[in-house]
Design a protein around this ligand. Structure first.
Ligand code: BES
Ligand code: MG
Ligand code: ZN
Length: 459
């Protein structure tokens, strides 16, 4: 007979054998929930603050811990969640718990010689009434894991020539349609930002469109994701520290692809198109050079002041394309500036653009764990992008407010008839240690945010 492990929550009695903990709880007026596992106190949560993100984090750390200890399975009763998190909705708590559980046990083992992963399985009982929430939690975790997989992959495996096929395969036999634009077609479409940035690479650039429409009457939401499979900086080469993380400079595209996966899986009643420009930014004799001028399809000319400000150059092609597709809403997302990490740190991304919409985005992120905070697009800084000989330059003439000037650059390419948001996720693309439902490395940020935003705006 095997012993079964249970996850239980308790308010007090079971901390009797832990005097310091008991004293701590007694000294506080708030109600505490303690999580016990085989009689050991595992986590304490102040119920007052208890939100779905704490459920996800708690589930994630338990899953990682138990998987590490090679515990085959653990039982969680619906009533335990219901009583432990009495202020939360049972279905949503179950969804959050599963999501956190799956994401906490996520591993990227492709390049480990020992690829065997161990994952403790979670047995839910008394959850018949929340089956759809279980499914949703699984779908959310799968979508985020897909984004993580793309971001963690290395550029010899995931590059402008292989990435489109990965997307095509992912959406094969689904309601989403994938179109790959490359070579001559890119030239015909005058995607000159994409062509310029990838010129030094041994790989041909691509522009991928993924469309999903369940309801033509819904507003057309266009998601644009930066897909730089590796950013060396190009001729304006990055130097110094290890730049391995620049394999994740396609994090925006991973967010967009993950969001599409979640939307497709949930059969969301929306009308959405993902636009993904894919390039590699490399120095080479063929590379685009500082001082060069890029002529965009909308008539704007851009002086390349710095080849390391490449993200905005390829997003510009995406924004112009969104206009051709008559987008009602455009959300672009990118690992765009190091400066956003200085401003907001590694747990919150910046959101720029339509201020009311940005507030809605902030609320959505607060619920689903993809945190964003509104940032200002100050007109006064727009002139910093002036060029002596082109319509504008891709870098600011001042060394301040780098994330804002990047946003202002993008604004010049936004079609007038669309509502627009820009998300700078450079600070949040990777976690530097395992914590809660985040393992070390790629976070998979943005998949949930964009999917939930699209669903919300289509209500
Ligand atoms: N991909 C980088 C931004 C980045 C930095 C992402 C750190 C993740 C972590 C982007 O292409 C870049 O190089 N931006 C420059 C812009 C500058 C040249 C105006 C930057 O932030 O330094
Ligand atoms: Mg760069
Ligand atoms: Zn970049």
């Amino acid at each position: 007979m095997t012993t079964k492990a249970y996850i239980t929550f308790s308010n007090n009695s079971l901390v009797e054998n832990d005097p310091p903990l008991k004293e701590f709880i007694q000294n506080h007026q708030e109600k505490f929930i303690t999580l016990l596992l085989d009689g050991n106190v595992y986590a304490i949560i102040k119920e007052k603050d208890c939100a779905y993100e704490e459920v996800r984090n708690m589930a994630g750390s338990i899953a990682r811990e138990l998987s590490g200890r090679k515990i085959p399975s653990v039982i969680l009763e619906g009533a335990v969640l219901e009583n432990g998190f009495s202020k939360l909705d049972k279905g949503r708590a179950v969804c959050a718990f599963i999501e956190g559980w799956e994401l906490g046990s996520y591993q990227f083992l492709t390049y480990k010689s020992d690829k065997k992963s161990f994952k403790t399985s979670l047995e839910l009982i008394d959850c018949e009434d929340v089956q759809s929430s279980i499914k949703e939690g699984e779908a959310r975790a799968k979508a985020v894991s897909f984004s993580r997989d793309l971001m963690n992959e290395i550029p010899s495996a995931l590059n402008p020539e292989t990435y489109p096929a990965v997307l095509e395969k992912e959406f094969k036999n689904t309601e989403a349609k994938v179109q790959i634009v490359r070579g001559k077609q890119l030239e015909e479409r005058q995607m000159n930002g994409v062509l310029a940035v990838c010129r030094g690479s041994k790989y041909e650039p691509a522009f991928v469109e993924i469309s999903y429409c369940r309801d033509k009457t819904k507003p057309h939401v266009v998601l644009v994701g930066k897909g730089v499979t590796f950013d060396t900086g190009g001729i304006s080469l990055k130097r110094g520290a290890d730049i391995s993380d620049m394999k994740m400079d396609m994090g925006g595209s991973a967010a967009v692809a993950g969001a599409m996966k979640l939307i497709v899986e949930m059969k969301a009643n929306v009308n959405v198109t993902a636009l993904i420009p894919i390039v590699e930014n490399m120095p080479d004799s063929q590379s685009f050079l500082p001082s060069e001028v890029i002529h965009y399809k909308n008539g704007l000319t851009v002086q390349v002041g710095n080849t390391d400000a490449e993200g905005r150059l390829i997003l510009a092609d995406g924004l112009i394309r969104a206009g051709e597709l008559k987008a009602d809403y455009i959300v672009d997302i990118a690992t765009l500036t190091g400066a956003i990490g200085n401003a907001l740190g590694s747990k919150i991304a910046g959101v720029f653009g339509d201020e009311e919409l940005a507030d809605e985005m902030k609320k959505i992120g607060r619920e689903n764990g993809d945190y964003v905070w509104p940032m200002p697009l100050v007109d006064a800084y727009d002139a910093y992008l002036n060029s002596d000989y082109a319509d504008l330059c891709n870098i600011s003439s001042k060394g301040e407010a780098g994330s804002i000037t990047a946003g202002l650059f993008l604004r010049r390419f936004v079609p007038k008839s669309s509502k627009w948001l820009h998300i700078d996720m450079a600070g949040v693309m990777a976690s530097n240690r395992a914590s809660g439902y985040y393992p070390k490395a790629a976070t998979g940020f943005g998949a949930r945010l964009l999917a939930d935003f699209t669903t919300h705006i289509s209500k």
